[in-house]
Design a protein around this ligand. Structure first.
Ligand code: URA
Length: 502
């Protein structure tokens, strides 16, 4: 708002409030609420002048004043404390702000005004305004989804200079910024541009540039990128996550023929069913000998630096089958660190370690040992879920030594940051990882703490062992071993490395 003046200055000057972005609207709305300015006293304007896509929605009341003579917030108007708006409502308002309806800013202000006056039902779909708000949010999310799915990049000849890939799209709502973020995370360092009738975004490999409209229509973009598109599509298609019926709901088969990838989708689905689920995108992106890909691999797979973020890790192949990498969690300077094996099914989906059945058992062990789990840093030797299909289920598969070694890179980083005094290795994989050798056994290490590379290492069972060992006595015994190990870890916090453990 800085160049246009504050909301109350604009109102005092008899101008409608000119708002272009959600941040500007939020700042103006805050000021108006503080000055107790009712929605009907404000006239909003926006550069966009499209039609109302929600014609079934109740039209907004026209401002009751003439914009040349608006009620002005008096300098001595009562000031209210700035409103506290819950995150959930703010998120909805932010999404709805991308919806191209002519009265969007006025409508959002009416919602927040009502909410601030205690009419919290305004956030409910049962309320008339609430229903419209929900419909706007839904339309915006749908448009984001469609844009992710239907954008088609075309490759330009290298001699034409950047951007290397260009795409044209005519979005129905203002979702270009968030869609650009999606493609930044997908396209690596290669330069690209997405042009729309209202604006364009250009990614130069490092920075996103927003510009006004640069291209008038799709004919302005050269259609040379089909081969690249097929490669891109193959590389983002993850057979492990394929749900064919959902896919067909999103892109009905009759539309496939109009999509460049239409000709490869049926083949990829049948490959997924035949076993590509096991190999994920690996085969498809041509890393194996003998695989044919339609363009040079260096174009399709631009070189990447060593990962600085766990999610970018390609140090072994497990990333291809997992939903996401799962890092450790807990206090930054925890004195005890639990190291498990690898995320399980639930951890893979939620992105947090030990939240499934093994995690619940770990909670019970902590409770029985009298140690607050919240004080412990919890992580895994391997950060991606390794699994094999069994019917509809994903069954845990023990990581190989080379995967444990590859992932030690991340465990080392965690150890260097947290600097725990004691590491509790939960099971054999964790033990091999923290001892940096495959020549150790759980049996020989149980109950025998060692001081290694600056930390005490206490070895105990993995919680899954306690869950699946047959027989109540054996279960109870294994549970007790875990409790005793944690108590020992706690005692070691105050022991010098030279002192032999009790
Ligand atoms: N098993 C593990 O080893 N780690 C988890 O995070 C969950 C189950």
């Amino acid at each position: 708002m800085s160049t246009k003046g504050s909301a109350s200055e604009q109102l005092r000057a008899g101008q409608p409030l000119l708002v272009e972005t959600f941040a500007e609207w939020r700042e103006a709305a805050r000021e108006l609420l503080v000055h107790d300015v009712p929605p009907e006293a404000v006239s909003w304007s926006t550069p966009y002048a499209g039609g109302d896509l929600f014609s079934g929605a109740p039209p907004m009341a026209e401002p009751t004043h003439n914009s040349s003579n608006p009620p002005q917030p008096a300098p001595d108007a009562p000031r209210h404390p700035p409103p506290h708006v819950p995150r959930s409502l703010m998120d909805m308002l932010q999404s709805a702000a991308c919806c191209r309806v002519p009265d969007r800013w006025a409508f959002l202000y009416r919602v927040i005004w009502r909410w601030q006056r205690g009419e919290h039902e305004v956030q409910s779909p049962a309320d008339e305004d609430g229903a419209r708000l929900h419909a706007m949010v839904k339309a915006v999310h749908r448009e984001e989804h469609d844009m992710h799915a239907y954008i088609r990049f075309r490759e330009r000849p290298p001699e034409a200079g950047p951007p290397r890939f260009v795409a044209w799209y005519e979005p129905q709502h203002d979702v270009l910024p968030q869609v650009a973020e999606h493609f930044i995370s997908r396209m690596g360092k290669v330069s690209w541009m997405i042009a729309t009738p209202e604006a364009s975004v250009l990614w130069d490999g490092h920075t996103l540039h927003n510009t006004g409209p640069l291209v008038k229509n799709s004919e302005d973009l050269e259609d040379t990128g089909e081969a690249l598109w097929l490669t891109y599509y193959r590389s983002v298609f993850n057979p492990a996550r394929l749900n064919q019926s959902v896919m067909q709901q999103h892109i009905p088969s009759h539309r496939w023929k109009n999509l460049p990838e239409g000709k490869i989708v049926p083949q990829m689905i049948s490959e997924a069913a035949r076993g590509a689920r096991k190999t994920g995108q690996y085969e498809a992106v041509g890393q194996r000998k003998g695989t044919t890909i339609p363009i040079a691999p260096e174009d399709a797979q631009p070189e990447r630096q060593q990962p600085s973020k766990l999610d970018e890790c390609r140090r072994c192949e497990l990333w291809q089958f997992a939903t996401q990498a799962v890092g450790g969690e807990g206090p930054k300077k925890a004195k005890i660190m639990f190291v498990g094996e690898q995320p399980g099914d639930q951890e893979d989906l939620t992105g947090q370690p030990f939240v499934g059945p093994a995690g619940k058992l770990l909670d019970r062990v902590c409770e029985a040992a009298g140690v607050d789990r919240e004080t412990i840093y919890v992580t895994n030797a391997v950060k991606h879920f390794k699994w094999e299909p069994r019917g509809k289920r994903r069954l845990h598969k023990t990581p190989a030594q080379k995967e444990i070694e590859a992932c030690h890179y991340w465990l080392e980083k965690e150890l260097a940051h947290v600097k725990p005094t004691v590491i509790v290795a939960l099971g054999a994989t964790a033990l091999k990882s923290v001892m940096r050798t495959a020549n150790v056994t759980l049996k020989n290490s149980l109950g025998k703490p060692v001081f290694h590379e600056g930390h005490w290492i206490v070895t105990t069972y993995h919680p899954s062992y306690v869950l699946r060992v047959p027989g109540e006595d054996a279960k109870h015994e294994a549970f007790q071993v875990m409790v005793d190990s944690l108590k020992l870890a706690h005692d070691l916090l105050n022991r010098q490395p030279e002192e032999p453990p009790a």
